[in-house]
Structures are given as structure tokens and as C-alpha cells.
Design a protein around this ligand. Structure first.
Ligand code: S3P
Length: 174
């Protein structure tokens, strides 16, 4: 199987879904932010603060190159800006997890760990800033995707089934 690459805006649930898919399929789930943190031994927030966004994006590209070369048969969740890497399609079948901005905003700000979730995301500042970023990215996520799945108000179990089904259809038609 080709890798499955989950893309989408911060807080849409990429990591949660990747781990649920792993539990269901016995396929490993890995996360690009985790790979970057383990490579640098630094938290994403710290990397942004000390070295800036451009440096972080270069680390994402380095991670994309490593994944394309070394990783198969895996489910890969990504940071919200990872779709910008130049070889995204070489890594696997790209699934865009889509939701309205207000749904995502509520998911983050009304969660149990809201403070922690906001604090660890340097680009999720005010409602207005995050919404502007979201709106500028939506067309790019759509362009990058092989498969689009709307995640609003669906259980994780439902989403696991839907993503696997759509990926299977996409991989068998390509
Ligand atoms: C980012 C999203 C974050 C993380 C970094 C930058 C972005 O990941 O990679 O803070 O540019 O959207 P999540 O999508 O998991 O929050």
C-alpha cells in the first residue's frame, strides 16, 4: 500500500485520526511534527521562536524528503503547513481533512486542553489571524489533495472507514 498522508488546517484532527486508523488497520501512524521534534530535540514552538518560520519550513521539506525515500505502508499525519513541500505527492495518497473554520476554532478552543493546544501552535493566535490563514490555505489544500473528506460531526470510527474506503478507491483508479 502507498502511504496515506493526512493534510489540513491546525486542529482539524489529523493526528487523532491517524492514530485511530493505525489502531484499526495495524499500520503504523507517524506524525511530521513529531519527526521534527525528535530530529531537533526541540519543541515546534521553540523552533518557531528561536529560528523562525522559514527554518521550520525547511525542516518540513527535509522531513518530506526523508519520508519519500524511507517510509512505505504508513499513515502520516502532518502539520497544517506541510502541504507546501514540493514532493507531497511522492510521499503517498494525499487526503485533505476539511472542515469550516468555526468548527475547527470551536474544536480547539472548547476542548479540555484548550490552553495547551493554543500555546503549542504559534500560528494559531487570534480568531482573525487564524481565520485569515485558513482562508488563504483552503484552495491550496484542495489543489494538493487526491481525496477530500469532510470531518464535521462524524465519529472517529466513521472517519476511519470513510478515509480508508476513499483512499482504496483512489489508489485503485490511479
Ligand atoms: C502549522 C501547524 C502545526 C505545526 C506548526 C505550523 C501550520 O501543526 O506544524 O505549528 O503552519 O499550520 P498542526 O496542524 O498539527 O497544528
Amino acid at each position: 500500500m502507498k502511504n496515506i498522508v493526512l493534510i489540513g488546517f491546525m486542529g482539524v484532527g489529523k493526528g487523532t485520526l491517524a492514530r485511530a486508523m493505525a489502531g484499526k488497520t495495524d499500520i503504523y501512524a507517524i506524525d511530521t511534527d513529531d519527526l521534527i521534534e525528535s530530529l531537533t530535540n526541540k519543541k515546534i514552538k521553540k523552533i518557531f521562536k528561536k529560528k523562525g518560520e522559514a527554518y521550520f519550513r525547511a525542516l518540513e521539506q527535509k522531513t518530506a524528503d526523508w519520508l519519500a525515500k524511507n517510509v512505505q505502508n504508513s499513515i502520516i499525519s502532518t502539520g497544517g503547513g506541510f502541504y507546501k513541500v514540493k514532493n507531497l505527492k511522492d510521499i503517498g495518497t494525499v487526503v485533505y481533512l476539511q472542515a469550516d473554520f468555526d468548527w475547527i476554532y470551536d474544536r480547539i478552543t472548547k476542548s479540555k486542553n484548550a490552553k495547551k493546544k493554543i500555546k503549542k501552535r504559534p500560528l494559531f493566535k487570534s480568531y482573525e489571524d487564524a481565520k485569515r490563514l485558513y482562508e488563504s490555505r483552503v484552495p491550496e489544500y484542495e489543489k494538493a489533495a487526491d481525496v477530500i473528506v469532510n470531518v464535521e460531526n462524524k465519529s472517529t470510527e466513521e472517519l476511519v472507514e470513510e478515509v480508508l474506503e476513499k483512499v482504496k478507491a483512489s489508489q485503485s483508479s490511479s
